[in-house]
Write a new protein. Structure first.
Length: 391
């Protein structure tokens, strides 16, 4: 089997690149390890930056998002009983974010690939990348127990942190940076009315909390927990009680509780592989970088990689110009590190760290005070929240 671009990973970044390349007349095949149902069952973030929204529209998959997505012009930060609303629309000359779940984005992309006859192969096993430093790389895999070979011009690794793409880069040439945080997020999804029309990020002596949503009738809540926490050990009642203790009274008064339909613990880490290109292999999304979920940047950062990659590949196949491909890692990493900084800052600002020294606690309070008192500080936060420019 031959194609121009082999895409490893059928999550939103891989599917989005496949869709954009198809629209540009560039042949591609997507190899996904899991079943389609499994991919669509993943519960992930749902705050879309301006650039993410625009690229989904460019890929002809934005219609349902524009119909059903919730436009948010601000969000709140609380500390104790104090609440500050960040007017992102007013502070960024009219920019907003969209609440639209990653599962919905993936569903729209799958439907678009189906309608266009896209090649997405599921349950591909033992995927291995070969001859990446030549002009004729290829990928081997098994499907239905049968060994297959996919010849291509380029391989794009969109297969997440544990996929084979990054591992195919020789370890001596991989430049990797990581910070693992000593806590996680215990999250609950429930068919309850959100406690507020906008997201609420809470700093509290008992730990961080987040009030989010997926729709006007479906809520997503998180509380900071120990990294080793087992979600099964938490009853719904215990979760709601703990969440309420971390929110100001005016927010708790509107908190609607109910039976959870999903409960899980998400670890927090910051990670960057600066080797985003190796020969004819290019990494994108979680294969190259991970951000803590504070600020909802994971999907958006993956989409920005796809923006750079699509334009680079489009230029190559239309004109033979390799400049975009040569500069991909440099341009992508410039935005990656700025976004990593923002997610690290938000995480440091809002969480309680184990054995928090008194000085560090005072500094966190001072940082929150500076944010509450300074429009300039709020503007910097808003600019990062709606998404930094791609160029």
């Amino acid at each position: 089997m031959k194609t121009q671009v082999a895409i490893i990973g059928g999550g939103p970044s891989g599917l989005l690149l496949s869709q954009l390349l198809h629209l540009s007349g560039i042949e591609n095949v997507v190899l996904e390890k899991q079943t389609r149902d499994y991919v669509l069952s993943r519960v992930r973030a749902g705050v879309l930056e301006q650039g993410t929204q625009s690229l989904l529209r460019e890929a002809d998959v934005g219609a349902r998002m524009d119909r059903e997505g919730l436009v948010h012009s601000g969000f709140a930060i609380t500390t104790g009983d104090d609440l500050l609303r960040i007017d992102i629309e007013g502070l960024t000359d009219g920019k907003t974010v969209m609440i639209y779940g990653q599962t919905e984005v993936t569903t729209d992309l799958y439907n678009a690939r189906d309608n266009m006859g896209g090649h997405v192969l599921h349950e591909t096993e033992e995927v291995a990348l070969h001859d990446l430093e030549t002009k004729a790389p290829y990928v081997t895999y098994k499907i239905g127990g049968e060994e297959k070979t996919l010849e291509c011009d380029f391989v794009i690794g969109c297969d997440g942190f544990h996929g084979p793409s990054r591992q195919a880069i020789p370890k001596p040439v991989r430049a990797e940076y990581e910070r693992v945080y000593p806590f996680g997020w215990l999250g609950v999804l429930s068919d309850t009315t959100p406690t507020d029309d906008e997201l609420i990020y809470a700093n509290h002596d008992r730990g961080f909390a987040l009030c989010s949503m997926r729709s006007p009738t479906r809520s997503r809540y998180y509380i900071q927990c120990d990294a080793a926490t087992d979600a099964a050990n938490w009853s719904d009642a215990e979760f709601w009680d703990e969440l309420a203790m971390r929110l100001p009274p005016q927010i708790t008064a509107n908190l609607q509780t109910g039976k959870s339909i999903e409960k899980s613990v998400a670890p927090l880490r910051s990670y960057v592989c600066e080797t985003m290109r190796h020969g004819r292999l290019f990494l994108a999304g979680d294969a190259a970088h991970i951000v803590p979920p504070t600020g909802a940047k994971g999907l958006n950062l993956a989409v920005s990689d796809i923006w750079f990659l699509h334009r680079a590949l489009d230029s190559y196949y239309k004109t033979g110009n390799e400049t975009g491909l040569s500069n991909y890692a440099e341009k992508a990493l410039r935005r990656v590190w700025k976004t990593e900084r923002f997610a690290w800052w938000m995480t440091s600002l809002l969480h309680r760290f184990p054995n928090f020294p008194a000085f560090e606690k005072r500094m966190q309070n001072a940082e929150l005070g500076a944010l509450f008192d300074s429009k300039a500080a709020q503007t910097v936060l808003a600019e990062n929240y709606v998404g930094l420019p791609y160029e």
